[in-house]
Design a protein around this ligand. Sequence first.
Ligand SMILES: N[C@@H](CCC(=O)N[C@@H](CS)C(=O)NCC(=O)O)C(=O)O
Length: 204
Amino acid sequence: MKLYSFPSAPNPRRVLIFAAEKQLQIEVVNIDLRGGETKRPEFLQKNPSGKIPVLELVDGTCIAETVAICRYLESLAPEPNLFGRDALEIALIEAHHRHIEFELHTNIGAAWVNGPIVAAAGLVEPIEAQRLRGAGLTRKYYQRMDKELAERSFVAGERFTVADISALCMIDFAAAMVDLQPDSSLEHLWAWHERVSQRANVNN
Ligand SMILES: N[C@@H](CCC(=O)N[C@@H](CS)C(=O)NCC(=O)O)C(=O)O
């Protein structure tokens, strides 16, 4: 299996951590994201959305979308379980994970896409109001996470799951590339961050 990736990109990192948790070996193929390689016809055949990650199987089948890839890997290697074991746990992890994707990732994405790095690359015409809105909603979501993490050890409950991987990768990206580091006063969020960052598989 090959994973099309790029070193600072948060979504491929989610897959790499997920695969490492399961001790699955995946060949990493770094593509020229900034040079527009994902928008060329050859790559669009692998993923018509022109985005990474893409997992290519030995028979050439390509799977796009981080969550779809992670679900495939969970089926290949069920342990350690990262998506839930019974009806209720699966549903709760899914709900928390979707909140992270739709309410945190989306707003960090808006701040990033309308921010200076993407503008300097000339990829998208930035809209300052959208950057500000994304940044503001991200900070609000960090506060919500801090409150929730005062009550439980991990994003979706009392154990490490796919929702922690998705939250960590996006927060690290936001801090490093979008000038959206969580405020130091958010002690429960930072305690969680340390807890999950200490896992050996998280540092790849
Ligand atoms: N929903 C997609 C999002 C993928 C995505 O946005 N990937 C970024 C890199 S982290 C990308 O390829 N960006 C290039 C672009 O949007 O043109 C997923 O979860 O796989």
